[in-house]
Design a binder for this molecule. Structure first.
Ligand SMILES: Cc1cc2nc3c(=O)[nH]c(=O)nc-3n(C[C@H](O)[C@H](O)[C@H](O)COP(=O)(O)OP(=O)(O)OC[C@H]3O[C@@H](n4cnc5c(N)ncnc54)[C@H](O)[C@@H]3O)c2cc1C
Ligand code: SF4
Length: 333
């Protein structure tokens, strides 16, 4: 690991001013905020991230979960994943989020990991994590060995000819379905970013993963008011039962009236280049009987544009079964 300066800014503005000096907020950033460090320190040990300056956010007053005026919740950037998953309002009103977080990593990691850090965790593509290998995400223009190499765990939706990495977060899949909003304070002031607009698809610039600019600090995330009477569920399929990333996962929020689906919010994990909201699945569900035939049709719609690579074609059927089963489980829960 290279040497770096470590400071604990006393307030949000100090943190932003310091970070604003960086050339980029993306891969290669010289200045990085640090929350739990479970992504960043890992990647620094591998020399994938080489910041010269770390700004520790843990003393800033960003660790609260509070009710908002519209009946939703405000979740501070440094709220630990464990605290979020186990908060009474989250368990009661947003169970899909609690389940998604508790399906990720391990208890020890969740005790350290923060809300903002989880939003910004990096892909587990093995070439990205190995500086002896080329990788367009780590070093633009060097190529993507995963396309002809080990791609079993990588994405089938939203990929490009330059990168097929999958987004690894469980929490983000639930937040995509819940239509969370990300609140950022930066050198030019504050702004809000709808969850769907926060992560970027790889396209020609896989090194650019989010819309964040130098100095942009995520201060909190808001969840809209809970959807009364909705059924919610997160289902994660993986190679082993714990401490493993998703091969396919589904976050479902669904309302049923008179036997028909009246409203649905669907997101998929493990298969997308970013947390994958599926409006296609939602369109195939709403107004239709809440039964297995409809659920399978929704899953087919969700995966219609999937593009398999040499080793990960199995994910397409796996994701379909995952979503179908998640919907079935949700309405009977
Ligand atoms: C062995 C292992 C297994 C795992 N398994 C899973 C899994 O199954 N599912 C899953 O979802 N995740 C898993 N994870 C990933 C884990 O959830 C993330 O590492 C964690 O959520 C990152 O949070 P953090 O606070 O530690 O981030 P950090 O490492 O502190 O930061 C990550 C990034 O976010 C930036 N950042 C942090 N806070 C802010 C802020 N407020 N504003 C702007 N930028 C910020 C940092 O600069 C850094 O670039 C696993 C991790 C490990 C090590
Ligand atoms: S899939 Fe993306 S992260 Fe993996 S090697 Fe290719 S460019 Fe790098």
């Amino acid at each position: 690991m290279k040497t770096f300066e470590f400071t604990r800014p006393a307030d949000v503005n100090g943190a932003i001013t310091n970070a604003a000096h960086a050339r980029t907020a993306q891969q290669g950033a010289e200045v990085r905020f640090i929350g739990g460090g479970t992504t960043l320190v890992d990647l620094m040990k591998l020399n994938v991230e080489t910041p010269t300056h770390l700004l520790d956010l843990n003393r800033l007053p960003l660790d609260k979960i509070e009710l908002t005026l519209d009946g939703g919740l405000k979740v501070g950037a440094t709220v630990r994943n464990s605290d979020l998953a186990n908060h009474s309002a989250i368990r009661r009103d947003y169970p899909v989020l609690s389940q998604a977080i508790l399906n990720g990593a391990s208890a020890q990691l969740r005790n350290m990991a923060t809300t903002a850090g989880n939003l910004l965790q990096r892909t587990r593509c093995m070439y990205f994590r190995d500086t002896a290998m080329p990788c367009n995400k780590r070093e633009p223009g060097t190529g993507c060995p995963a396309i002809t190499g080990a791609n079993r765990t990588l994405a089938v939706l939203g990929t490009s000819e330059h990168c097929i990495a999958s987004h690894p977060s469980d929490m983000c899949v639930a937040m995509a379905a819940l239509e969370a909003t990300i609140h950022v304070q930066g050198p030019k002031g504050s702004r809000t970013i709808p969850f769907a607009d926060f992560h970027l698809l790889p396209g020609n610039t896989p090194n650019r993963e989010t819309v964040l600019e130098p100095g942009d600090l995520i201060t909190h995330v808001t969840l809209p008011a809970p959807i009364k009477g909705s059924k919610q569920l997160y289902l994660k399929l993986r190679d082993r039962a714990s401490y493993e990333f998703a091969l396919a996962s589904a976050a479902v929020v669904i309302s049923v009236a008179g036997g028909n689906v009246s409203r649905a919010w669907i997101a998929l994990g493990g298969v997308g280049a970013k947390p994958w909201r599926s409006h296609e699945a939602e369109g195939a569900l709403v107004g239709q009987p809440a039964d297995k035939t409809t659920f399978r049709k929704a899953a087919e719609a969700a995966m219609r544009d999937a593009k398999p690579q040499s080793q990960n074609g199995f994910k397409i059927e796996l994701a379909k079964r995952c979503l179908t089963h998640a919907l079935q489980m949700a309405i009977t829960s």
